[in-house]
Ligand binder design. Structure first.
Ligand SMILES: CC(C)[C@H](C(=O)O)[C@@H](O)C(=O)O
Ligand code: SF4
Length: 473
């Protein structure tokens, strides 16, 4: 029978299925960070258990790590809770072990969803879990990857398995060529704009079509990263030459005969012709314009050529109420052109957009504009996703471009994506952000977030307000 990519990976990992559909799924890769692992390790400790397969665990500290003051080492972590989470991870990995650990201050440290693929910890066909909702990112490799809760983290550490129910199959096809200046981020925001944040609930989404195939691995990661924002716990892209090329030679990737065998298997990781999808959504790539969120949910998104929506034009009372509340929180007037929204801060980073390509895209825009960060922008910061991304960007001189224009060039981590460290918005501040969530208070209490691509964020920093990057290209 013709199977989808999701069906294939699922079948390959099911150990047992109960009559009600609950399955025991074998887990190949367990990514661990400091926020959702302390109680899990404590649980193991109290039960006198060990980690079932130490070689499956790859860990790093990312959410709480500061992006400045690394020369002061652990003393540079101002917040005592942040410091405790980071040192607790160090102690847990020292006690329980891991295949690889990239602690605070180490060069390969970074956002868990950046360092996984970078180190070859994420491989096609794997089941990948992490106590983090953006684990969907790793689906870009044709891996079944999703976030789990802390009690599940403990379960996977102890048993190497997860209890799961199979989701339905959704296919999102994006066909055609993207316009100049339109990126993977715009594609995924446009998808969420179309299907809504609940559109993917209960599904695993496979992203396909010529526009998705045309994306780099970085771009595919950006798209899968936000599958969770579309309601789906996992997103997938079929394996092709780009996938295999990206993985080749990474520290944890197979070598020699094992590599050959793995590649032969990986080449089967695509949906069969005629495989059944429960839902199919199609988008025309040529119609996608640079996107900007205007509200407090990723689905509150429009093309840069649009205006802030008018709640009075919405017939559905609950939707009208949601628009009104969002506009009030965001401090926006209906009908205002998105181009005319001025920003106070700019954040280029997060597991959505902090890879080398994102750095290049933002730097290219800054270079093209040839001007400094606008006077009204209090802070424009670039936070690479990992130490390796940072080093690569510096080899290419990107940091010089950013610094010369007045951007701050920081140390890697989650940073102002969720403001668990010192990087945050003050109440009422408005931010152009390349991250993935624009919920109330996400980047700091009272902060106002507009989600955009790296090029759009860079252009907003220089102009001081949003601009259509297609007109700058
Ligand atoms: C801290 C962590 C549990 C959380 C997540 O699961 O996604 C965070 O990474 C986020 O982006 O909100
Ligand atoms: S960068 Fe943001 S979205 Fe990604 S893992 Fe960190 S906090 Fe979560």
């Amino acid at each position: 029978m013709a199977r989808t990519l999701y069906d294939k990976i699922w079948d390959e990992h099911v150990v047992h299925t109960e009559e009600d559909g609950t399955a025991v799924l074998y887990i190949d890769r367990h990514l661990v960070h400091e926020v959702t692992s302390p109680q899990a390790y404590e649980g193991l400790r109290q039960a006198g258990r060990k980690v079932w397969r130490v070689s499956s665990v790859v860990a790093t500290a990312d959410h709480n790590t500061p992006t400045t003051g690394w020369e002061r080492g652990y003393d540079g972590i101002a917040d005592p809770i942040s410091k405790e989470q980071i040192t607790t991870l160090d102690a847990n990995i020292a006690e329980f072990g891991a295949a690889a650990f990239f602690p605070f201050l180490s060069q390969r440290q970074g956002i868990v969803h950046v360092i996984g693929p970078e180190n070859g910890a994420t491989l096609p066909g794997m089941t990948v879990v992490c106590g983090d909702s953006h684990t969907s990112t790793h689906g870009a490799f044709g891996a079944l990857a999703h976030g789990i809760g802390t009690s599940e983290v403990e379960h996977v550490l102890a048993t190497q398995t997860l209890l799961a129910k199979k989701a339905k199959n959704m296919l999102i096809k994006v066909e055609g060529a993207l316009a100049r200046g339109v990126t993977a981020k715009d594609v995924v925001l446009a998808i969420i704009g179309r299907i809504g944040t609940a559109g993917g609930t209960g599904y695993t989404i496979e992203f396909a079509g010529s526009a998705i195939r045309g994306l780099s691995m970085e771009g595919r990661m950006t798209v899968c990263n936000m599958a969770i924002e579309a309601g789906a716990r996992a997103g997938l892209v079929a394996v092709d030459d780009k996938t295999i090329e990206y993985v080749k030679g990474r520290p944890l990737a197979p070598t020699g005969v094992e590599w050959e065998q793995a590649v032969a298997y990986w080449r089967t990781l695509h949906s069969d012709p005629g495989a059944h999808f429960d839902t199919v959504v199609e988008l025309d790539a040529a119609q996608i314009v640079p996107q900007v969120t205007w509200g407090t949910s990723p689905e509150m998104v429009l093309g840069i050529d649009a205006r802030v929506p008018d709640p009075d034009k919405e017939k559905d009372a609950s939707k009208r109420g949601a628009i009104e509340r969002a506009l009030q929180y965001m401090g926006l007037e209906p009908g205002k052109p998105l181009n005319d929204i001025f920003v106070d801060k700019v954040f280029i980073g997060s597991c959505t957009n902090s890879r080398i390509e994102d750095m290049r895209e933002a730097a290219a825009m800054v270079k093209k504009l040839g001007q400094k960060v606008a006077k009204n922008v209090k802070l424009a910061m670039v936070v690479p996703g990992s130490g390796l991304v940072k080093a690569q960007a510096e080899r290419e001189g990107l940091h010089e471009i950013f610094r010369a224009a007045g951007f701050e060039w920081r140390e890697p981590g989650c940073s102002m994506c969720l403001a668990m460290n010192a990087d945050r918005l003050e109440p009422g501040e408005r931010c152009a952000s390349t991250s993935n969530r624009n919920f109330e208070g996400r980047q700091g209490a009272g902060g106002r977030t507009h989600l955009v691509s790296p090029a759009m964020a860079a252009a907003a920093a220089v102009h001081g307000h949003f601009v259509d990057v297609r007109t700058l290209a």
